[in-house]
Design a binder for this molecule. Structure first.
Ligand SMILES: Cc1cc2nc3c(=O)[nH]c(=O)nc-3n(C[C@H](O)[C@H](O)[C@H](O)COP(=O)(O)OP(=O)(O)OC[C@H]3O[C@@H](n4cnc5c(N)ncnc54)[C@H](O)[C@@H]3O)c2cc1C
Length: 393
């Protein structure tokens, strides 16, 4: 592709985790970027995020090791608990044991803190890299460049990376396959101050309560001052308008009635402090992501259910690899092809594994007289090192 590729910026649609990681990787390699975000101000919603060792390894490669550990908790122990009795169904060590085994810790933090850390790192290298109020509405490309239409004007670049989430406009423009579909799962997410809890001293520090077709994940964040709570239920149809709305306390009570007092305390605190209800939407896998000078990363490329805690991790790995490919391979088309070759299998396998794990957990006959062993994550994603992967051109 064009000989002027070296000077023109890489355009990125979406300043979420995937877009910001790509931008940071490119800026660190001296490649000019512009990131176009639809929101008029940068504000990350959606409670907290778990970062498995593969995600931490990738973020560390972007120079964020110290800042990340400053805002994150490192859980020591996790357990699965019976939704009604609170009895321990299984438990495993996190903390030192995970760090010893994988060379990086498992961390938990507020999404807003992770997002802010990435924004600050990008702006420290290029104060005007982010263009806000710039909803992407269309694109065109030829052999020399990509033209991007946004609410903030028209821009031209050497490549365009669609990092605009599950409802990606870039994906729609490239592959035109319609909107995402409801996966049958709904999630309620909230962060409650420990002072709101009747049982603030909950052990272990990370737990999943398992109920029939339902689950509740809780872990501490922001120092240890607050509890992140995520409840999941399987339902037939998503009837709410939009894909996220303030949680209805009565619906929470009805969906999770009869739960153990400690779990019930979490639901009540969520109802009091305000939580959001999210429909979880997905898409069928695309046979390929790249079209010419344009490709997709993160949820725009491969949205996944959150049951392995790997959606943000994949977005981070994608960003690191996309930046390496664009900085390391001269021809834009070849760089995007290299990214896809190295990334496609990993991301689509994780999507499938996450689907399967969600089904195993939510179909576990927790109330049966002999329910058998509770399904456990085998941590197969954790040892991946996206920053050390050889670029196969
Ligand atoms: C309940 C729940 C819990 C989760 N927990 C975890 C977890 O513990 N660990 C984990 O690894 N993952 C988790 N995930 C998954 C993770 O949150 C996502 O996979 C990740 O945020 C994807 O990042 P992204 O940057 O690709 O997309 P997004 O975070 O969706 O960012 C997309 C950005 O693009 C912008 N945008 C959208 N359209 C346009 C447009 N047309 N023009 C310009 N900008 C646009 C948006 O405003 C946004 O800023 C969870 C998800 C859910 C639903």
């Amino acid at each position: 592709m064009s000989a002027t590729d070296g000077q023109a910026p890489v355009l990125i649609a979406g300043a979420g985790i995937a877009g910001l990681c790509t931008a940071l990787g490119l800026l660190r390699a001296g490649v000019p970027v512009r990131v176009f975000e639809q929101a008029a101000e940068l504000r990350e919603v959606g409670a907290a995020v778990s970062l498995a060792p593969n995600a931490v390894r990738a973020l560390d490669s972007l120079g964020l090791a110290e800042a990340l550990r400053d805002v994150a908790n490192r859980p020591a122990l996790a357990a699965m608990l019976h939704y009604r009795t609170g009895a321990e169904l299984n438990a495993y060590a996190m903390g030192d044991e995970m760090e010893r085994r994988w060379g990086k810790p498992y961390l938990q933090l507020l999404r807003a803190d992770l997002h802010q850390l990435l924004v600050q790192a990008v702006q420290a290298l290029k104060p005007d890299a982010l263009v806000l109020g710039a909803r992407v509405t269309g694109l065109a490309q030829d052999d020399a460049a990509v033209q991007l239409e946004t609410a903030a004007g028209r821009f031209s670049g050497r490549a365009l990376i669609g990092a605009d989430g599950v409802r990606s406009a870039v994906r729609q423009a490239l592959h035109g396959e319609g909107g995402p579909s409801f996966t049958g799962y709904v999630a309620w997410r909230g962060v409650v101050p420990m002072s709101e809890l009747r049982y603030p001293d909950q052990q272990p520090d990370t737990a999943v309560y398992l109920g029939p077709q339902t689950s509740l994940l809780r872990y501490r964040v922001r120092g240890l001052d607050a509890m992140n709570v995520v409840a999941f239920a399987r339902i037939d149809r998503w009837v709410d308008e939009g894909w996220s709305s303030p949680a209805d306390p009565q619906e929470l009570r009805d969906t999770f009635s009869g739960w153990h007092a400690v779990a019930d305390d979490l639901f009540q605190a969520m109802a009091r402090c305000g939580a959001f209800k999210w429909g979880l939407f997905g898409r069928a896998a695309l046979p390929r992501w790249q079209v010419g000078r344009v490709s997709l990363i993160g949820d725009a490329a491969h949205p996944m259910l959150p049951f392995l805690g790997q959606g943000a991790a994949m977005a981070i790995e994608d960003g690191v690899l996309m930046a390496r490919a664009l900085a390391g391979v001269t021809d834009v088309g070849d760089a995007l092809a290299c990214y896809e070759r190295l990334r496609y299998e990993r991301a689509t396998t994780t999507v499938r594994r996450s689907d399967a794990h969600g089904l195993r957990i939510h179909n576990h006959p927790v109330d049966a007289p002999d329910p058998g062993p509770v399904p456990r994550d085998d941590f197969a994603e954790f040892d991946f090192d996206v920053a050390g992967l050889p670029l196969a051109v």
